[in-house]
Design a protein. Sequence first.
Length: 121
Amino acid sequence: MMWLLVGVGGALGSMARYGITQAAGLWLPAGFPFGTFIVNAVGCAVFGVLAGAGERSGVMTPALRAFCFTGVLGGLTTFSSYSNDSFALAREGAWGLTLINALGQVVVGLAAVAAGWWVAR
């Protein structure tokens, strides 16, 4: 059942990302990835609201977490999970690990894209 919740949520999130990116391309100037920027910001904000509200109220069941966080928000943007992981480390006072995660994922991600591009060329 959890797989189905994640899959359906992921499909919804991916469709939302596609729609937002297409809309941004129509309404905003070319030359900057506004669509990605918007989905990352929105995904992080929604993740924060849901995580904070869920922690405060205790209503976030494992199934709801799987659907919302891994599914919908994972389909919309994994950047929200990355940001939440970094925030969780910071909340625990693990500042070194926060910095390693926050900078490391960006650097490694850029290097991996570049390496993949160069291999494919």
